[in-house]
Design a binder for this molecule. Structure first.
Ligand SMILES: [Zn+2]
Length: 333
């Protein structure tokens, strides 16, 4: 299982991994050397690029920021050199980052430091801003539940097509029409929204606050991130950096209700690979959702199992105005 870092534009990437023994390892721990004459595995290079981009310029971070493309080209090597020059001025830079050695350790120190303010907004103000979205989040989760209940009623009643509008919406976002048991599939999805509702109630009653200020992710424009399968995490379960994993980490102020719902979906899935809610597909480009995503599926063609494990599906079904993210019209899908 992975911890995802999600941006307002809907793109997300992995930042840490859970293991079956319960431990968590930040993906900033590279598997092999990166840089000049390094092994330069794509995933490792991307980690270094993301980490370097999170380093402030005054501490030797690259400006402009690097493309996080997993390729160790001239700009990435130059950025490693500049970082080493700034951080270790008394030794000649070797332009190489080895697992467990001082450059990666310093990189991790600098990019996982706790922040006291973001964009000039204090921690307290910051949480007030996010908390102000909670009533709208609650409202939207209930919109989605109502749509699912309507769709289930339509399926149970064996309505003849053309079907109920909510049924069509649920089919588009969750591919329930592709299963042998749409009623059962809808039940599983409703259970996730019920968890979200429960989690929001705990937040509102202050039993378990939902948000906390995250780590510095300054250059990647992450707005929020959370662990996958947080629902099943123990309350005091910590990741490799000592952060509680079952909360939504807030790292920038421009997150809105939609992003919070996306994060809630990650949080309210299970931990097992079959239950975790990650990124299977994104409904772009609208309205056809044909862009290939991480798992090489797209919104149009993903199956019901993929849709049930897709954060964007949960997010999209809560849009108050379904026409914005609804199914393509007059088209078979
Ligand atoms: Zn995400």
């Amino acid at each position: 299982m992975f911890i995802y870092n999600c941006r307002a534009n809907g793109s997300c990437y992995r930042t840490a991994q859970f293991f079956s023994n319960g431990s968590t390892q930040p993906l900033s721990d590279i598997s092999a050397s990166v840089g000049l004459n390094g092994v330069n595995r794509e995933e490792d290079v991307r980690i270094i690029q993301q980490r370097l981009n999170g380093v402030p310029e005054e501490s030797g971070g690259p400006r402009p920021v690097l493309d996080e493309d997993g390729r160790c080209g001239k700009y990435t090597r130059d950025a490693i050199r500049d970082f080493q020059l700034k951080q270790f001025p008394s030794s000649k830079p070797d332009i190489r980052i080895d697992p467990g050695k001082r450059t990666i350790r310093r990189l991790n120190e600098l990019t996982t430091r706790r922040r006291t303010s973001v964009d000039g907004v204090s921690r307290q103000q910051f949480l007030l801003i996010v908390n102000a979205y909670v009533p709208e989040v609650v409202r939207r989760v209930r919109i989605a539940r109502q749509r699912l209940q309507n769709a289930r009623a339509a399926y149970s009643g064996k309505l003849i097509k053309p079907t109920h509008q909510d049924q069509k919406l649920v089919d588009w976002h969750f591919k329930t029409h592709k299963t042998d048991d749409p009623v059962g599939a809808i039940g599983l999805i409703l259970a996730i929204y019920d968890r979200m509702d429960q989690r929001l109630t705990w937040h509102i009653t202050r039993a378990r606050p939902l948000f906390q200020l995250g780590f510095a992710k300054s250059s990647d424009q992450a707005v929020m991130y959370t662990s996958i399968g947080g629902w099943d995490a123990l309350e005091d379960e910590l990741d490799g950096s000592g952060e509680a994993v079952n909360k939504i980490k807030v790292v920038a102020t421009h997150a809105g209700p939609s992003t919070i719902i996306h994060e809630l979906a990650h949080l309210c899935g299970g931990k097992s690979p079959a239950d975790a809610i990650g990124h299977m597909a994104n409904p772009v480009p609208l309205p056809n959702g044909t862009r290939l995503e991480e798992g090489f599926s797209n919104y149009r063609t993903m199956n019901a199992q993929e849709a049930r494990r897709n954060a964007a599906s949960y997010q999209s079904l809560t849009e108050p105005e379904p026409s914005q993210l609804g199914p393509p019209m007059g088209d078979e899908w």
